[in-house]
Write a protein of this length. Structure first.
Length: 441
């Protein structure tokens, strides 16, 4: 087991979000805030991973069950107190007691695993007992350095002097520290400050006083240091993550015509030579194959697409759709919880819901699968090489067998045998002279 322990602090109230949902469960690009910190931590393969939770603890633990040890901070008395809350979970073996502890936060989604690996290498190279990440901007905690440039202490904005408030280097709060030093210094921290809290930042000054070497690695970009506390910062972080996602996809061979107007979640995968036109939204864990074309303003939610699929413009795949190779869906086609086999076509103005459609079948304009009876959703089976005429209604549950056809304007309630033509229309009546008679009234 690795001697590295990681603690993620995620117990804050998040009052500035003004939400009924705890802050770390707010989503950015398809993932909760806390997910990003967990992924960064997991990339380091730590021996122990603990998450300190507070508000909506049961919801948070349920969402990430099995990913970490969850520790409840019942009384929130500062960041130092939060880390102390996790001590038992992080000190379960001699390796842990003699190892290192990495301290992260559940509301900093932009911090990259590569940066944390650089911090670990930096600590090794400098021989520091405590290595910290700083930002090239004045964050609430300012880095106070001595005449030789060495780190002297961290001062919180609320406790800083007028001169200290001019410092442009900020504390990200990310520390990699020898476990023994961490617990020794935290035990000495008191709450004699303006906020009456146990500040984690005090361990820096205490470590230096104890003769420990403290080194600071400054981030090249302030981007990674962004902490999300408001809806504005949530949107700012989402913009960065979308940009990273699109950059990854384009580097893998996907054409994104206009990145500024394309919205793709962080977990989406798209095959090479696919083309994504402006206004498209792809969410959840969607996987798109190679040579897929999304014409303008398509929406794909948590679905799977094969190769050479063409959607849109303005097509909508709701969750749990599977489209096999060469499926073509055009303008204003909506599909939900359905499996469309190879070569299925629906050119325009069609709804396919809760259906399994066989190879090569087609839906004419205005055709509808009527899947809901006001109480339950029912499934429809459409076989291979079936042609559904325009303005037809298939009232589920129903089965349209292979090689059959449905005449335009039909409303079907019964199964259709293979190779049959189904016609279900009211008999046409022509009332002669009706128009002339109407005008006389």
């Amino acid at each position: 087991m690795s001697d590295l322990s990681v603690v993620i602090l995620a117990a804050g109230q998040g009052t500035r979000m003004k939400s009924n949902l705890t802050k770390v469960l707010h989503e950015i690009c398809g993932r909760p805030l806390l997910e990003y910190s967990l992924l960064a931590a997991e990339a380091l393969n730590p021996g122990r991973l603990a998450v300190v939770i507070g508000r909506d603890a049961e919801q948070v633990e349920a969402r990430f069950q099995g990913r970490a040890t969850f520790v409840l901070q019942e009384e929130q008395n500062g960041t130092g107190h939060a880390v102390l809350t996790a001590k038992a979970a992080l000190s379960d073996s001699p390796a842990a007691a003699e190892g290192q502890v990495l301290i992260l936060y559940g509301d900093t989604p932009l911090l990259l695993p590569e940066t944390l690996q650089q911090l670990a290498a930096f600590k090794r190279e400098t021989g520091a007992a405590l290595a910290m990440l700083t930002a090239p901007v004045p964050l609430p905690g300012r880095i106070v350095r001595g005449a030789q440039g060495q780190v002297v202490k961290i001062v919180e904005q609320t406790d800083a002097t007028s001169e200290e408030l001019k410092i442009q280097e900020g504390n990200t709060g990310v520390y990699l520290v020898d476990a023994e030093l961490l617990w020794e210094t935290l035990a000495k921290v008191d709450s004699s400050n303006e906020q009456g809290e146990i500040y984690l930042t005090d361990i820096v000054e205490l470590a230096i006083a104890a003769g420990g070497r403290v080194e600071a690695l400054k981030l090249e970009s302030e981007e990674e240091s962004l902490g999300v506390n408001t809806r504005v910062e949530l949107a700012e972080a989402a913009q960065v993550i979308r940009g990273r996602t699109l950059h990854r996809l384009m580097s893998e061979g996907v054409t994104v015509v206009d990145p500024d107007s394309t919205y793709i979640d962080a977990g989406v995968e798209i095959g090479r030579d696919s083309v994504i036109w402006p206004g498209c939204v792809v969410t959840g864990d969607s996987v798109l194959g190679e040579r897929v074309t999304l014409k303008p303003y398509c929406v794909v939610e948590s679905s799977r697409l094969g190769n050479d699929v063409e959607l849109g413009p303005m097509a909508h795949l709701r969750p749990d759709c599977q489209l096999e190779d060469k499926v073509k869906l055009g303008n204003f086609v909506e599909v939900k919880n359905s499996h469309l086999a190879r070569g299925v076509k629906a050119a325009h103005l069609t709804y396919i819901g809760d259906a399994d459609v066989g190879t090569g079948s087609s839906f004419g304009c205005g055709s509808i699968i009527v899947n809901y009876d006001w109480e339950k959703k029912h499934r429809t089976k459409v076989g291979s090489d079936v042609n559904i005429g325009c303005n037809s209604n298939l009232i589920a549950p129903i089965s349209i067998e292979d090689g059959s056809a449905v005449a335009a304007g039909s409303t079907l309630t019964d199964d259709v045998p293979a190779g049959s033509l189904a016609i279900a229309r009211a008999k046409q009546r022509n009332l002669k002279g009706w128009i002339k008679h109407r005008k006389k009234k």
